[in-house]
Design a protein around this ligand. Structure first.
Ligand SMILES: [Zn+2]
Ligand SMILES: [Zn+2]
Length: 197
């Protein structure tokens, strides 16, 4: 999970002001315009804040471990992001579970999706979309069902052509157990944000 993918919200989580914002130091997702706003929002934010922090740090820890995994012969390290690409969630031959990694990353993404819905934050929806897509690329068997969340997020951010291509790909796969690579994003007609809400 590269840092460039970590996006934050663009409005104060309490009053929706969009200037002079500081990021919550724990979850690093939501922002506040002042200490007062942060204090006022504390009760409603703290449970989700803790969860995001926990899932983020677990995802990062496992991410690093999966990039330096002993191979079958204990001779050298494998980078599972290359070696097990497309087979995440299936492999039981390594000490560090790719399934556990996906579980944490998906849990984090689900919490962030809830923040995006509450704040109607397009940047966060795009982040969720990127995350779901990347996890589906890592896990062609899609044991977690990422594919069922992707169309609605595409529609929410107005990426109608991407949504259509994705559903078409999803419905015309021959093999139920290996979905293969999802379609590339298309430069299509972007509808107004939230035109479907
Ligand atoms: Zn505020
Ligand atoms: Zn927070």
């Amino acid at each position: 999970m590269a840092d460039k993918k970590l996006r934050t919200t663009q409005k104060c989580n309490a009053c929706a002001k969009d200037e002079d914002l500081k990021t919550c130091s724990r979850c690093k997702i939501v922002k506040y315009c002042s200490k007062d706003c942060q204090a006022q929002d504390c009760d409603s934010h703290k449970v989700r804040c803790k969860k995001i922090k926990r899932f983020t740090s677990e995802t990062q820890r496992l991410d690093a471990a999966l990039r330096h995994c002993w191979n079958d012969f204990d001779e050298c390290y494998d980078n599972l992001f290359e070696k097990a690409f497309g087979r995440f969630g299936m492999s039981s031959m390594y000490d560090v579970s790719t399934k556990e990694y996906l579980h944490n990353r998906f849990s984090r993404t689900t919490e962030i999706l809830n923040v995006a819905i509450e704040l109607k934050d397009k940047g966060l929806f795009e982040h969720v979309c990127d995350e779901l897509y990347e996890m589906l690329r890592l896990s062609h068997t899609d044991n977690f069902g990422f594919r069922s969340h992707i169309p609605s997020v595409f529609l929410t951010v107005g990426r109608e052509d991407d949504c259509y291509n994705f559903i078409k790909w999803h419905l015309t796969r021959d093999d139920d157990y290996d979905w293969g690579e999802p379609p590339e994003s298309v430069e299509g007609n972007e509808l107004d944000f939230f035109s479907y809400l």
